[in-house]
Ligand binder design. Structure first.
Ligand SMILES: *Cc1c(COP(=O)(O)O)cnc(C)c1O
Length: 482
């Protein structure tokens, strides 16, 4: 099913599109990169884009649109209520998931906010394969809690398991029995899983989870934000689905889950979000929050232009060549780094390539944020902006102690259709250089630590002068090169 193979046997991620509009990027000298990192409080979220060469922070809202999406934006019907644009988007989602009702929101977390306000009560527990930062924060804000039930293999960094995002069904059964359905706000499947390396969930597992929910009378929810990559893995790794049409798979999902929500900043390559369901009663319960938090029911905080582009982007998600682009680039970088001995999450998932900071920076204790330090060092080494996904992204426990993360990862996200093979080669070169010089890198400590979502705005400093030593080593090895 891979589109093209090469005679040499080399793995080449071949773009099935061509560039029609480009953006100039800038690569600053290493000294400037160090200073920019310091000015940003060693937090890659606080860097200015003009200092960044390859922005691999996220795939959220930074994917390349197709010419068809751009063209569709021109015909947007701007109206507070009842615009044609809304009905076109509603129809596109009905065609995609086979669900009847659609609530637009301005992005994925806004959909989560509607869900949490509708279904989470104080003391309730949401079961999920793995949490996402905003999901957990919103649920805990409303007095609920989150319980993670990902399969044990999901937390193994190096593995050859095809579906590391799968639920541990035995634990799910046990928790449903222990808590009882009344205490469970909902069961949420995140396909694929963001924080554990973009690892996919199998169709078989989603069916099993949904069936248990139905049997126990528990609400089942699918977070479909990363569904495009997950669909690619279902098609390529799950034998039973190899011959199935993609639309057949998405419509089965629409039947399996009571509620599906998504970030359209990822799914559909625009800036928006939404919730779909087949259940009129659930639709009515959620509906009231949309005008309150988002905007009227026919736009939900999205611009009509983005809605038109989303209607097209959703359709394009059913094109195998389109959805293959991120996974093949993630795989190319993962294989290149593996061959250079750099520790990464395997097998390659969706979303991005994930560096294993635990192993990369073994000498940095977890409360000095090895993944945060690595994200900063990768930026200094190459102007490459990744995202810390480890202890820094956790929230402290109520007693003030660190909630040490199960994984310390640096994610190098691949926005869809943005980067090329030469970028992959460059990243592999700089990151493998950094790995050889890893002893130079030290930890970080907070100087400004917000209570919630500290990874977004927190400011840190290095524990010693390691950034200067890293810059000196770079000049020694690369001479005048950028
Ligand atoms: C990005 C993401 C969200 C939140 O979406 P936003 O549009 O960024 O608010 C929720 N769930 C998952 C799995 C995501 O990857």
């Amino acid at each position: 099913m891979e589109t093209v193979t090469f005679r040499s046997g080399a793995y080449v991620p071949l773009e099935m599109h061509k560039a029609r509009i480009v953006q100039r990027v800038n690569l600053e000298p290493v000294e400037r990169r160090r200073d920019a990192m310091a000015e940003a409080g060693f937090n890659t979220f606080l860097l200015k884009n003009r200092e960044v060469f390859l922005d691999m922070l996220t795939d959220s809202g930074v994917n390349a649109m197709s010419i068809e999406q751009q063209a569709a934006m021109l015909r947007a019907d701007d109206s507070y209520a009842g615009s044609e644009t809304f009905f076109r988007l509603e129809q596109a989602l009905q065609d995609f998931f086979g669900t009847r009702f659609f609530l637009p929101t301005h992005q994925g977390r806004a959909a989560e906010n509607v869900l949490a306000n509708t279904f989470v009560s104080p003391g309730s527990v949401a079961l999920m394969n793995f949490h996402f930062t905003t999901t957990k924060a919103l649920i805990t804000l409303l007095g609920g809690s989150v319980l993670e039930l990902v399969s044990e293999a999901g937390l193994e960094i190096e593995s050859d398991l095809a579906f590391k995002g799968d639920f541990d069904l035995t634990r799910l059964d046990a928790e449903i029995a222990r808590l009882g359905p009344e205490k469970i706000s909902f069961v949420r499947v995140e396909a694929g899983t963001n924080l554990i390396g973009g690892q996919p969930v199998s169709m078989a597992n989603m069916r099993a989870v949904a069936a248990r929910c139905k049997e126990a009378g528990i609400l089942s929810v699918l977070d479909a934000s990363l569904l495009a990559d997950n669909l690619y893995f279902i098609k390529t790794r799950e034998a039973e689905c190899a011959e199935r049409a993609l639309v057949d798979i998405t419509r089965e999902l629409g039947q399996l889950f009571d509620v599906i929500y998504f970030s359209a900043r990822k799914l559909g390559c625009v800036r928006g979000g939404g919730i779909v369901t087949n259940d009129e009663e659930l639709y009515r319960r959620m509906r009231g929050f949309v005008p309150l938090f988002e905007g009227f029911l026919t736009y939900g905080g999205m611009s009509v232009r983005e809605m038109e582009a989303l209607a097209v982007g959703i359709q394009e998600t059913l094109d195998f060549d389109v959805i293959s682009q991120t996974p093949i680039f993630v795989r190319a970088l993962t294989e290149e780094l593996t061959s250079l001995g750099v520790p990464v999450v395997t097998p390659a998932g969706g979303l991005g390539c994930h560096l294993n900071a635990f192993k990369f920076l073994e000498h940095i204790p977890q409360d000095e944020y090895p993944a945060g330090a690595l994200a900063a060092a990768v930026f200094i080494a190459g102007g490459i902006r990744g995202m810390e996904r480890g202890t820094l992204s956790e929230q402290r426990n109520p007693d003030g102690s660190e909630q040490l993360a199960e994984m310390e990862l640096v994610r190098l996200a691949f926005p869809k259709r943005v980067f090329t093979l030469s970028h992959v080669k460059y990243i592999a070169d700089r990151v493998s250089w950094l790995f050889e010089n890893r002893a130079l890198v030290g930890g970080l400590r907070f100087v400004e630590e917000p209570e919630t979502l500290r990874f977004f705005f927190g400011r840190l400093v290095p524990v010693n002068d390691w950034p200067d030593r890293l810059v000196a080593a770079f000049r020694r090895d690369f001479g005048d090169s950028l």
